[in-house]
Design a protein around this ligand. Structure first.
Ligand SMILES: Cc1cc2nc3c(=O)[nH]c(=O)nc-3n(C[C@H](O)[C@H](O)[C@H](O)COP(=O)(O)OP(=O)(O)OC[C@H]3O[C@@H](n4cnc5c(N)ncnc54)[C@H](O)[C@@H]3O)c2cc1C
Length: 383
């Protein structure tokens, strides 16, 4: 059982503690193993999470944007139990985040209830073959033609690619150079000309694809915000969910520590067990320290976002950077402590070792987070 003592920290309210308890119980009952058909598993997980009411957390309601502390608790808890369940949950928020934050009343009414119930699967389509971290240089274009936009281009590494019902797509509309000339669009998956060019397999498998947009026509009102606002919309969406990537890393990392403790307590060494060894104890202490430090950074940043602190970008970047990097080290230490068992398929720490890797790359690689922090620092801002 993961350490839940952090829930008594002052960042939280009673509703957060209730959520952690409720979701943990739900996970223990429902996440008992996944089948081999990834697409079917993800569809099932989205439906299950929707029916249980948890996906409501990932969208705005009539008055509030998503509560980041709730999102972070949900991701930490889900990731502790299952990387795929965390993925299914997270993408509903990221894929619909721009609608929650910047959509019109009609766009929200059309899409958010379906995302929250699990009826519609969401995807976030920003990355292109020639442009990942450098999102200001997106090359896909959207041209206005009467009452429609016509999108041409290619997107890659798109999570939920192949199973999504809509792709929140960023394309160049040309109001200005670079970041000033992008817009965001809701593109239904069944729009003519939108196709999955390739499914991509990664170390921790989930639905992932390269998409082509061949003269994809969507209605004029499928744009989110004004033409030219796409970059800001994309960055604010990523900023809102960035902390939760750290929370997922923390879920993996707490699980790794629990697995390591359990293994070391039971693994016989000489006249005792592995935990009797001082080197093992030192490692366990470092792992616990890293997890607590991650939790402090994550829930500080989440709280800052929820209370509307103006300068929350730096805290969010610190949380994502530290938690993902630290989790990689904690999980590696857990694998090492398991010896040969640690690299054996079917052993939990082996899959955690693969599950954590991409989190240091997507939604802003660690180097990009360091740039955000340094720029903020050089402007003389405080977190
Ligand atoms: C599993 C997975 C799921 C993904 N899901 C999505 C999705 O749903 N939607 C989506 O749009 N994209 C998605 N992506 C894409 C992801 O966001 C990009 O891979 C990421 O932004 C990095 O872009 P890139 O791969 O083009 O690498 P590049 O931008 O080419 O960067 C390569 C490396 O260079 C370094 N680097 C980058 N920028 C800097 C810098 N400023 N200073 C110093 N070093 C730097 C980093 O180490 C980086 O890893 C996903 C990727 C993965 C692996």
């Amino acid at each position: 059982m993961a350490d839940k003592s952090f829930l008594s920290w002052p960042f939280f309210e009673a509703r957060h503690r209730e959520l952690a308890e409720q979701l943990n119980t739900w996970c223990a009952q429902h996440l008992t193993g996944h089948g081999d058909d990834l697409d079917a598993e993800c569809r099932k997980l989205v439906k299950q999470l929707g029916s249980a009411g948890f996906l409501k957390l990932s969208v705005a309601d009539a008055k509030h944007r998503p509560d980041v502390r709730s999102l972070a608790i949900a991701r930490e808890t889900l990731a502790y139990h299952s990387a795929l369940a965390d993925f299914a949950f997270a993408m509903q928020g990221l894929g619909s985040g721009a609608i929650s934050l910047f959509g019109t009343v009609e766009q929200k009414r059309e899409w958010l209830p379906k995302v929250a119930s699990g009826e519609a699967i969401a995807a976030f389509a920003m990355t292109e073959p020639d442009c990942g971290s450098d999102a200001a240089n997106i090359a896909s274009s959207a041209m206005r033609d009467g009452n429609e936009w016509v999108i041409v281009g290619e997107k890659t590494y798109i999570s939920n690619g192949g199973i999504a019902d809509f792709y929140l797509t960023f394309a160049r509309t040309g109001e200005g150079e670079g970041a000033r000339g992008l817009s965001a669009f809701i593109v239904p998956a069944n729009a003519a000309g939108l196709s999955v060019a390739e499914r991509i397999e990664v170390v921790a498998p989930h639905p992932l694809a390269r998409l082509t947009y061949d003269q994809v026509r969507i209605p004029a009102d499928a744009i989110i915000g004004e033409p030219g606002e796409g970059f800001r919309i994309g960055m604010e969406t990523l900023n809102l969910f960035r902390v939760t990537v750290g929370a997922a890393a923390l879920g993996f990392s707490r699980r790794a520590l629990d697995e390591a403790l359990n293994f070391a307590r039971n693994r016989r060494h000489g006249s005792g067990t592995l935990v009797d060894n001082a080197v093992t104890q030192e490692k366990l202490a470092d792992m616990a320290l890293a997890n607590d430090a991650s939790a402090l950074l994550i829930y500080r940043a989440a709280w800052q976002q929820d209370v509307g602190s103006a300068d929350n970008r730096r805290a969010a970047a610190m949380a994502k950077l530290y938690a993902t990097e630290a989790a990689q080290q904690v999980i590696d230490a857990a694998v090492q402590m398991h010896g040969g068992a640690g690299v054996t398929k079917g052993v939990k720490v082996e899959s955690l070792y693969r599950d954590i890797r991409a989190l240091r790359i997507y939604e802003g690689a660690s180097e990009v987070q360091r740039q955000i922090i340094a720029r903020d620092l050089l402007k003389g801002k405080r977190p």
